[in-house]
Design a protein. Structure first.
Length: 405
């Protein structure tokens, strides 16, 4: 039975985000430069990184993890000193491969990068008035949100509050949870997900929309918390992080021998292929990817999955290159039928017009990438393309993928 999913391949310029890199970087306060205190700081930083990478708040109590505490230096790639909240700090960067391997051998889940960018629409209700929380706001809630997001490695975007934002959305819109103006104001930020948060002195409630591209038809996850600002914002971030852990984290103790055949059709160009290929290779659920055939806008991959098809799909939908096609409205510039290119391509170069993919031995074709290439670089588009997207002129390409049995 074929399982068919419609996607939009949106060509969006992506750089490796600072938050993605910071999953494996930790800065901790150090009281002195004495060896014992420095060892304790390294241990705290190590546990902080493991919490981000595994999503398990109690990972430091795991017996297999405890065994490596005396060997933490083997996991450190860079070390430096700085100042954090007016105190001396130790800045440590850990080896991502070794962290992943440690979690694998310990039978613990792994939640890697890229991670979803979450836009927070927040309104604060004080004793005198309500106000939206913008990026430069001195709000204590915002301060705690940033702290807790860093702890969990959850990228948090706050609206900048410029003229466009002020015209697009109001306090009643956010407080009342009116999705039409919220969705309209969200468009410019293009987030993976959206959180609508209402805050009072001792109570915070929220609705989390995992599909930032289609809020109106999404199913929100609701929650609330009471207590101090730190406790409430921690609970908000943990609630959202747990959603991703449940739907995206992998238990890497598996062998990666869950072999599948994936067919993707309606590719329009060589650029589309390489964006697709690099995106698939960058998914944490993909252990290995090998091309079987490529012809007339259709590509077939042999894929070894570390997780289930569901986790694969969740990761794919969370990637900025893809959007669900359920409510897509055809643009007047798009044809009724897909217009696939008549030019086949190989190793990034177009074939002669009279050549066909069937004339080539697929085993002799080099589709490899340098081993040290950062897998978060998902095939960049031109500056002109970026400008078009910023002017809301993106032209998604309607793709279809299915697992072939």
């Amino acid at each position: 039975m074929l399982r068919t999913i419609l996607l939009f391949l949106t060509l969006i310029f992506i750089q490796t985000s600072a938050m993605a890199n910071s999953i494996f970087i930790s800065e901790v306060v150090i009281d002195s430069t004495e060896q014992e205190m420095e060892l304790m700081a390294k241990k705290n930083a190590f546990i902080e990184v493991l919490v981000r990478a595994s999503g398990q708040s109690n990972v430091g109590n795991h017996e297999e993890i405890k065994k490596v505490f005396p060997k933490i230096d083997e996991y450190i790639t860079q070390i430096g000193y700085g100042t954090l909240q007016g105190q001396s700090s130790l800045i440590l960067q850990f080896n991502p491969v070794k962290i992943r391997t440690l979690l694998t051998s310990s039978q613990l889940p792994y939640w890697g990068s890229p991670r979803p960018d979450i836009l927070f629409w927040m309104v604060e209700d004080s004793t005198t008035h309500r106000q939206l929380v913008w990026e430069p706001s001195p709000s204590e809630y915002l301060k705690e949100l940033r702290i807790q997001s860093k702890v969990r490695g959850l990228p948090a975007t706050i609206p900048i509050g410029d003229f466009d934002d002020i015209l697009a959305i109001s306090v009643p819109d956010v407080w009342g949870g009116f999705l039409e103006p919220i969705a309209k104001a969200t468009l410019r930020y293009k987030p993976s997900a959206v959180a609508v948060v209402k805050m009072t002195e001792n109570h915070v409630s929220w609705k989390f929309y995992p599909n930032g591209n289609n809020l109106i038809n999404d199913f929100p996850i609701s929650g609330f918390a009471e207590g101090t600002k730190e406790e409430m914002m921690s609970q908000l971030v943990v609630n959202i992080a747990n959603y991703y852990i449940e739907n995206f984290a992998l238990n890497l103790g598996g062998s990666g021998k869950n072999s599948k055949t994936l067919e993707v059709s309606n590719l329009q160009s060589a650029e589309d292929f390489f964006i697709l290929e690099r995106t698939l290779k960058g998914l944490n659920s993909v252990a290995a990817l090998r091309i079987a055939s490529l012809h007339d806008g259709k590509v077939i991959f042999h894929v070894n999955l570390l997780g289930s098809e569901s986790i694969f799909h969740n990761e794919l939908m969370n990637n900025r290159h893809f959007r669900r096609a359920g409510n897509f409205k055809k643009s007047e510039h798009m044809p009724d039928q897909p217009q696939t290119s008549n030019v086949d391509f190989i190793n990034g170069e177009p074939l002669p017009l009279d050549a066909k993919m069937k004339d080539f031995d697929m085993n002799e074709i080099d589709f490899s990438r340098p081993e040290d290439e950062n897998k978060n670089r998902l095939s960049l588009i031109s500056v002109e393309g970026v400008s078009e997207l910023k002017n809301n002129k993106e032209k998604p390409i309607d793709l279809e993928y299915q697992w072939v049995k």
